[in-house]
Design a protein around this ligand. Sequence first.
Ligand code: IVH
Length: 714
Amino acid sequence: MTTSPAVSAAAAPAAAVTDATAYAEAVQTAAQAAAAYYATGESTLDDDTYDRLVRGIAAYEQAHPDEISADSPTGKVAGGAAVGDVPHTIPMLSLDNVFSAEQLAAWAASVERRIGRPVEVWSVEPKLDGLAIAARYEKGRLTRLVTRGDGSAGEDVSHAIGTVVGLPDELTEPVTLEVRGEVLMTNEQFEAANTVRTGHGGAPFANPRNGAAGTLRAKDRAYTVQMTFFGYGALALPDSEADLAQRLGEWPHSQVMRYVADLGVHTADSTAVAPRTLTTVDEIQARIDEIGAARPELPFGIDGIVVKADAAADQAAAGSGSRAPRWAIAYKLPAVEKVTTLLDVEWNVGRTGIIAPRAVLEPVEIDGSTVTYATLHNPSDITRRDLRLGDRVMVYKAGDIIPRIEAPVAHLRTGDEKPIAFPDACPQCGSDIDTSEQRWRCVRGRNCHLVASVSYAAGRDQLDIEGLGATRVVQLVDAGLVGDIADLFTLTREQLLELDRMGATSTDNLLAAIETARTRPLSRVFCALGVRGTGRSMSRRIARHFATMEHVRAADVEALQQVDGIGAEKARTVVAELAELAPLIDRLTAAGVNMSEPGATPPVAGPAADGEDGKEGTGQGVEQSRTTGPLDGMTVVVTGAMTGALEKLSRNQMNELIERAGGKSSSSVSKRTSLLVAGEGAGSKRAKADELGTRIAAPDEFAAMVADFLDTQA
Ligand code: IVH
């Protein structure tokens, strides 16, 4: 949680605090969140929300300076000091923030103006995302740990000595000084802490920072969890050796930090985002960009970059305000975690049969992108984190990394959360699941994917091979008779007869169904391939556009984009997938499987091919073949039960029919709909069409319109 008051400009808009009531409510919400955070380390708001709230409060206060509440988070370090706290010898200050290169440059210029000379050296270091702590060493021994508290006095948390990696009990020299720095949990320590906690029946920490805050304060726990210290400053104590006190007062910050590291204290120096001393604002900005880019891969959290005037004389000349020094600034990085709701868990089967859960989230905007899914590594990950459906969860996403759920925010539970159901059969092929390892796996391993892809290819809307259901496919795969869909077309009567529960009749029926499948239109053969990013309707569009598989395969990314609904990204995917599927397509062709689309003509080479010929109803080339249908240029929606000549047609077949007759099929009624085919039981779509004045046809009427094309329907 950020405890700093709002600064002039912000990364995200401030919350709207429009009147005195809204102000009072906002102050109360922020104060409660801050109090909860400082008391238990558990915040009720995520960083970004808290920051916006505080900025809204600050904006209101600026306009109404006489109404500032004593509880306002802008006026003091939130949380306050508790009775019995340990006074700090020198206040533990906070930092002001900047959010852009311009603000940084303006700040650096303001420091130089104030001190009346250029700052020769700046120190640029990561802003560790944990809690400030002062570690007092007397004659080299660690004697006391004190939190920041309200800045002038903090809580004694010396009981944590021994659990903080990076703060040795004994320094390499017997000196007396105070090291200040940040205590945090590395990602690894956080995972370990939550495993131990939930194992003891406790609620998990929502994120590493809350974990560090809660752990630091906890006394007499039945278990210990580790944290890590990163030093970022040091100062003399009243009992410090005089020469040391003098050196600490005179050395540049970077030299103090080298000395602290030499004493055996952990600093950010050993990390990928080590502090650097730099001389120009451009160099500082370049290092900020580097640290920002390294952030997603760091094993611990950072929430910004701290820039400090390095020389002691510069710091002294710039001085400090009551809340923050003027010689240092925090360049805030965008918030990369947000609280959202866990809506569902999907179980996906990978190519090797690994069954991996994936969290479906209430969409949430994090760092400029909308996050809808997050990884959950394995089922025990869910159990260990005690995740439940409906939980409010802390989600982390930075840069290109896959978003992850850090943990549920346990104290926001309402009691309505539901347990997450684990699958008891493979969600892809229905086989048993091997649960003996952490990562669950379909017992069919790689063959699981095969069973699923062959079953899909044989499905009603693809090759429509009757008698080839999932069970039969499993049999064929297990017997080693089918290694891909092309193998279906070389199956022999003898091979099939040897299978369990396969008599002469079933065998002959299956062989006949496979024979029919050989003659299916290209649209269905293409769909059967399961090309990523293409389903039934896209397969039909591709088949009608290119007319033959040869033309589809010859198409490059640009040519594919001529197909309605294919953008650059999908075109690239399809091209790459087709290259991968080339051997399979060759084998299907060799097996005599039809590779052309009845009634379609290939795009003509030359101007028409790179023009608008893919767009329905425009251009030339392949359009010439389409403009002959009775539904040319029409967008048709089908609803209700079909009757008469259309009775046996599935929705997919209806859509095929519409497209063959020159129309475009769609599933929802809009202003663009030209015709609604409304069968029995038509409901809301009919009402919508009525409302929009869309033309409505009964199934028979529609059948008459497309009579010439009905015969070609399977
Ligand atoms: S210097 C007088 N350096 O950020 C200077 N602070 O938002 C005060 N922090 O209270 C701190 N990394 O808890 C400094 N490299 C760093 C830091 C750092 C994290 C924390 C610190 C401070 C807070 C201000």
